[in-house]
Design a protein around this ligand. Structure first.
Ligand SMILES: *Cc1c(COP(=O)(O)O)cnc(C)c1O
Length: 346
């Protein structure tokens, strides 16, 4: 089975061995305050910094999901309210979660942006993030769930970045990486929220000691460490991701021009409008077609052992999505392309 689902997505096959190692060697039974476990946390953080090129003064914490990160930003980093610039369903969901926690948001002191909208295959460029930061000020929190570890991010542009690992990291769900700047920590100290098990200050004090306030997802952290050991530096991953994205868009714009399907985001008249500031994503290729054609295509793909991503939110029926994540191999991409080529005219 080959999956292009954009989350949970394809896991690196070697994760099966890493998980077996974790059980066989007793790592999953280590007390999370033991030296052995703390070494794993420390090494995982070091590898994240090294492989993703994270500034040395940024901090890292491990939590359970990106949704939890949305709440941590709302609870521990938002003073007066948050401003959400949305480009799709995930940005809207984040806003809804934040507003439930902070119903007043007239004078926002946190700016929240989803860098890569998994729902419709759009991304916000680093240049645009820089513009937002300059225009709007405040603490800047970025959801990079479906781009972190797939493309290079300019960490200096925001104070908080997070991603769960079931997208570009190529790992099973249940773990998320939360990265925050010295300014974010300062904001947390100013607000001094300590009322929750996952209050950022509380977590920070624990992670400084390579510990966690609660029993963490040790299996997930260990598998993340092992995956990070084998992935190339982000610059190399980024180049591959971008080239593959160029190839996918060229495939749908040119090779498949005049077919039933075309990229959802296109600059031409009649293209998807209302997303002027967003660009085609490098990691999520959203392709549009008539509902019947989309559903027939997904069914035909399945019969050949290929899972395509469904559409999401308002694009549920009229799009399918192709994850362009690092764990997917060239052979798998070739398999999907040849399936799509052969389908033409059916
Ligand atoms: C998948 C996704 C989420 C949700 O992640 P969870 O780990 O399920 O909480 C949030 N934001 C974006 C952009 C996503 O793609």
């Amino acid at each position: 089975m080959t999956t292009f689902y954009p989350g949970p997505s394809k896991v690196y096959p070697a994760v099966a061995d890493y998980a077996a190692d974790a059980v066989r060697t007793g790592i999953v039974s280590l007390n999370h305050r033991s030296a052995g476990f703390m070494d794993i946390v420390r090494e995982t953080m070091r590898l994240l910094g090294l492989k993703l090129d994270i500034p040395a003064d940024y901090h890292i914490a491990f939590v359970s999901s990106a949704t939890e990160c949305w709440e941590i930003v709302a609870q521990s980093l938002t003073g007066t309210g948050s401003l959400h610039l949305t480009h799709g369903s995930f940005g809207e969901k984040w806003r809804d979660y934040a507003y439930r926690i902070n119903p007043a948001h007239t004078e926002p002191d946190v700016l929240c942006v989803v860098q890569n909208e998994t729902s419709n295959g759009t991304q916000v460029s680093m240049q645009k993030l820089a513009d937002y930061r300059q225009m709007l000020g405040g603490l800047f929190a970025v959801d990079a769930v479906s781009s972190m570890a797939g493309v290079a991010l300019d960490w200096s542009l925001a104070d908080v970045w997070f991603a769960s690992v079931q997208k570009c990291f190529g790992l099973p769900a249940g773990l998320a990486v939360l990265i925050y700047s010295p300014d974010a920590l300062q904001r947390a100290e100013l607000l001094n929220d300590r009322s929750r098990y996952n209050s950022l200050l509380f977590m920070h004090e624990n992670f400084e000691k390579f510990q966690t306030p609660y029993t963490p997802n040790g299996l997930g952290i260990y598998c993340l460490m092992r995956v990070l050991e084998q992935v190339p530096l982000i610059a190399e991953v980024d180049a591959q991701t971008r080239q593959r994205a160029v190839d996918w868009y060229a495939f749908f714009d040119t090779d498949q021009a005049g077919s039933e399907f075309q990229p959802l985001i296109r600059p031409t008249p009649g293209g998807q409008v209302g997303l002027p500031e967003a660009l085609r994503s490098d990691t999520i290729i959203a392709v549009e077609g008539a509902p019947d054609a989309v559903s027939a295509l997904k069914k035909a793909a399945l019969s050949q052992g290929i899972t395509l991503g469904s559409g999401y939110g308002q694009w549920k029926e009229t799009t399918f999505r192709i994850a362009n994540f690092p764990a997917i191999t060239d052979d798998e991409i070739a398999q999907l392309r040849s399936f799509l080529q052969n389908r033409r005219g059916h």
